[in-house]
Write a protein that binds this ligand. Structure first.
Ligand code: HEM
Length: 295
């Protein structure tokens, strides 16, 4: 019993680091490509914000990189006998489809770190490579998880990828927008807010559609939403998502006016609360994916 709680906690911690890093990295690309470049800002106005997003994304990519070997080692730990050597088992794990997905994750996380470091220097090439890297990184959780072994792997992999890209667009973008409230000019922030709304809405739509698609074959029956640990965690996640959606709606209606009236500190606090609630969704998801599914 103690060991199974330890196993779930270790897996949840590793998943949490992975998802947080991925969300920050995808959010940085969304900020640069879809928000700051389209918000009507000049290059000199947007450069400090894009560099800042790239700096945060370097750390996000480090989390993704660290999560890959940790997940492989955690799997090995669960398979070896106390007096058995870890090396042959590690080699066996790396030869499985999960192991190969983790290797892909490590390689592209390393590429993303280099790309974001180059982007931080203001070089466009860095952003182009970072864009490719984050799209590939959004496929790897599906390859290493339930999606690859489901009845229709192609659709499930696409749904998993869109779910993660949606999380990056919405929650990742929100995180970078909140950081902007502490460092950019009012003019930059106004443009970023206006350009972020449609990106967040597309991200939220992708999340909800792909989330529902993933939920159905996993939950089996609505009764499992309350009768199983996985179902209760999913219900908690959905309640938190509703909270984030309500905050998002409030900001959609009032964020720019609030900034226009000079209430920057209040806007920063409110965006901070939405970001924290979205982080709670990621934490619950990390436990959810480490918990046995009803089906
Ligand atoms: C702010 C909103 C959300 C965020 C940030 C989020 C994030 C995530 C992440 C990072 C994963 C892990 C992906 C993987 O390992 O393949 C995931 C899995 C999942 N999400 Fe979401 N999600 C959100 C909303 C939703 C919604 C609205 C639903 C349902 C309608 C949903 C249902 C699921 C399901 C069923 C899984 C798979 C769980 C498992 O493998 O045990 N998510 N989500």
């Amino acid at each position: 019993m103690t060991e199974s709680i330890f196993d779930t906690s270790a897996s949840a911690l590793i998943n949490g680091a992975h998802y947080t890093g991925l969300t920050i990295a995808i959010g940085a690309v969304a900020m640069r490509v879809l928000v700051l470049s389209r918000g009507g800002l000049s290059v000199s106005e947007r450069t400090p914000a894009t560099r800042d997003a790239a700096r945060a994304a370097v750390w996000g990519s480090v989390l993704i990189l660290v999560a890959a070997p940790l997940r492989a080692l955690n799997q090995v730990r669960g398979l070896v006998e106390p007096d058995e050597s870890w090396i042959p088992m590690l080699q066996a794990v790396l030869g499985t489809s999960v192991g190969k997905a983790l290797q892909l994750q490590a390689i592209w996380a390393a590429a993303a770190i280099v790309a974001f470091l180059v982007a931080q220097q203001g070089r466009d090439r860095g952003w182009k490579i970072a864009t490719v890297a984050v799209v590939i990184l959004a496929i790897t959780p599906g390859l290493a998880g339930h999606a690859a072994t489901s009845a229709s792997p192609t659709l499930s992999l696409a749904a998993s990828m869109l779910h993660l890209l949606g999380a990056g667009l919405w929650v990742g973008g929100l995180f970078h927008l909140w950081r902007l409230t502490g460092r950019s000019s009012d003019a930059t922030l106004q443009c970023a807010l206006a350009a972020f709304h449609p990106v967040a809405m597309v991200g939220a739509a992708l999340i909800v559609m792909s989330g529902l698609y993933q939920t159905w074959p996993m939950v089996g029956s609505p009764a499992h939403l309350v009768s199983t640990a996985w179902g209760r965690l999913l219900s908690l996640k959905l309640a938190l998502v509703l909270g984030v959606l309500l905050f998002g709606y409030k900001h959609l209606r009032s964020a720019e006016q609030s900034l226009g009236r000079g209430n920057r500190a209040a806007l920063r606090r409110s965006l901070g609360k939405e970001t924290l609630l979205a982080l709670a969704v990621i934490v619950v998801t990390a436990v959810l994916t480490a918990t046995a599914k009803p089906l």
